[in-house]
Design a protein around this ligand. Structure first.
Ligand code: DHB
Length: 395
């Protein structure tokens, strides 16, 4: 093995959590090295949700990452919630004085890669055999095989796992201390990207007896739409015509003169729905952030925002630990982060179960009652708005 790489923070995973952490640490004079099992192109091309909460936008701006977001991102005041014959708009700005931005995770990732590349950040892509060692000592390390096939070791003061739910970091927490909570849902999403102008100003979340549908967007010329489908759905069963037909029915084409304009589908995929929380988010000199510690179902677009919130807490905690030898924030990290994790886990579960059809008539009546309440009561609407537009970092 060649000489070990020495750094302060070894970061596993170069998605938004890993690169944002590297960026915030560098801003406070803490150095890091990142390893990633995928290629740079693969990570950059992954299509994920597109909604940024107010606090995510605030953090990206304060970290010098807001320039293109402010130019190309679209601020949205709220969402439409609907069910057959009814469409209601919730205005988050009126309700909570906070709003959301439409700016795809793909774009956030591009901005992070550009910023870290400009700063000379060391990132090793396409590594294999990544393993974490000696996490309960003062000299933890990460070993991996580089893309050239060379065995390498990073020796660091701390290791941060930003490598998602299937990466090695979560698995490195001993089973004697790790607890997990999980919920799987009896449905999935079929998501499409289409080269067509959105048929709506704000996002539409639609309850329908055939199943949930959503109309989102990526730009003035690109739409992103989703359909609830059964868990074992094959894309072969969903030619484009069938998708547009189902979207038109569930989103209420023709209702009060509203029309859904179809267009060429450029991407199609099935997304599983899962809630998962793994605790603690710190073990010894290992810290977990983002999907490595928690997964939410996509309804409400909390995944990326939660990862950013974790990193927004973790970066100052590591700066205090490594520059001032003050471990108070690092010691509190897991408990503090988990308060928000559970809030978002509840909100994502609640939005999901309110909007997805189960085929059970009792569920249906409860869902419709809940939808009527959140669209007609200011208290109900404010609760949804406060969670959707996002609680402040550190909540
Ligand atoms: C998007 C995805 C979501 O899950 C959501 O709640 C809102 C928007 C999106 O991909 O645009």
């Amino acid at each position: 093995m060649s000489e070990p790489i020495r750094t302060q923070v070894a970061i596993v995973g170069a998605g938004p959590a890993g690169l944002l952490l590297a960026h915030l640490l560098a801003g406070d004079g803490v150095e890091s090295v990142v390893v990633e099992s995928r290629s740079e192109e693969y990570v950059a091309a992954r299509i994920r949700a597109g909604i940024l909460e107010q606090s995510t936008v605030d953090l990206l701006r304060s970290a010098g990452l807001g320039e293109r977001l402010d130019r190309e991102g679209a601020r949205h005041r709220g969402i439409h919630l609907q069910w057959p014959e009814e469409r209601h708009h919730l205005d988050f700005v009126d309700l909570t004085d906070r709003s959301v931005w439409l700016y795809g995770q793909t774009e956030v990732q591009r901005d992070l890669v550009a910023a870290r590349t400009a700063a000379g950040q060391e990132v090793h892509y396409e590594v294999s055999d990544t393993a974490l060692h000696d996490l309960e000592t003062d000299d933890p390390s990460v070993t991996f095989t580089s893309s050239e096939g060379e065995a390498r070791r990073i020796v660091a003061d701390v290791v941060v796992g930003c490598d998602g739910s299937f990466g090695p970091s979560r698995a490195a927490v001993p089973s004697t201390v790790q607890q997990t909570w999980e919920r799987t849902y009896p449905y999935s999403w079929l998501g499409i990207l289409a080269d067509v102008a959105p048929s709506t100003d704000d996002l539409i979340y639609a309850w329908h007896p055939d199943g949930f549908a959503m109309h989102s967007m990526r730009s003035e010329t690109v739409s992103r739409l989703y359909l609830q489908v059964p868990n074992d759905t094959s894309l072969d069963d969903w030619p484009d015509d069938r998708i547009w037909q189902a979207l038109a029915t569930r989103l209420g084409h023709g209702q009060d003169g509203w029309e859904l304009t179809p267009g060429p589908v450029t991407d199609k995929s099935v997304l599983p729905m899962r809630s998962h929380v793994s605790t603690p988010m710190r073990h010894g000199r290992l810290f977990l952030a983002g999907d490595a510690a928690h997964i939410v179902p996509p309804t409400g677009a909390k995944g990326l925002n939660l990862a950013v919130a974790d990193v927004g807490l973790l970066a100052p905690a590591l700066v205090e630990l490594l520059r001032k030898d003050d471990s108070r924030l690092a010691d509190d990290y897991s408990d503090t982060a988990l308060r928000r994790v559970w809030r978002c886990t509840h909100f994502s579960w609640w939005m999901t179960t309110m909007l997805h059809s189960t085929g059970d008539p009792f569920d249906e009546q409860l869902q419709l009652s809940q939808l009527r309440w959140v669209t007609s009561s200011e208290a109900g609407a404010t609760g949804l708005a406060e969670n959707y537009a996002g609680l402040p970092i550190g909540f």
